[in-house]
Write a protein that binds this ligand. Structure first.
Ligand code: FES
Ligand code: FES
Length: 157
């Protein structure tokens, strides 16, 4: 089947999508968008987080057909040309990236959180990111990045 959706501001389609194929697979393998990572494919790690109609979801758990006609934003869609999204910049500045495998999903999740609440409490940050696993950083630098992004946006976490 053909799946057509709006991805990072553009109308995109993929042909010959099989019914059980995930949105993550379509994004990565058919649309040339490898930013969302494929780690567990079970909804456990958050590395594949994208926004679907503005809601953060694990793209590995979304059937591609469910994205028909909907709006998808991946980590590639957050930057404005060469200008990084403020959350991406905060991750760099805080040293919150090691191997980087978890980073795209975390950036999308933090972006989503700060869109909803520019000044989240520490508990709210931890809860919002509970589904995003990182095996490298010990999370402290990631929390620093969230504080940095929030502070730069005018929040006071
Ligand atoms: S790859 Fe989707 S949650 Fe891990
Ligand atoms: S930086 Fe390596 S998994 Fe998070």
């Amino acid at each position: 089947m053909r799946v057509t959706c709006h991805v990072n501001g553009e109308q995109r389609f993929a042909d010959d999508v099989w019914p059980g194929e995930s949105l993550l697979h379509v994004l990565r393998e058919r649309m040339g968008l490898p930013g969302a990572k494929n780690a567990c494919e079970q909804g456990e790690c958050g590395s594949c987080t994208v926004l679907l109609d503005g809601v953060a979801v694990c793209a590995c758990l979304v059937a591609a057909g469910q994205a028909e006609g909907r709006d998808v934003v991946t980590v590639e869609g957050l930057a404005d040309g060469d200008a990084l999204d403020p959350v991406q910049q905060a991750f760099l500045d805080a040293g919150a990236v090691q191997c980087g495998f978890c980073t795209p999903g975390l950036v999308v999740a933090v972006h989503d959180l700060l869109e909803r609440d520019a000044s989240p409490s520490e508990a709210d940050v931890r809860e919002a990111l509970a589904g995003n696993l990182c095996r490298c950083t010990g999370y402290e630098k990631i929390l620093d990045a969230v504080r940095l992004a929030s502070g730069r946006a005018g929040g006071t976490p």
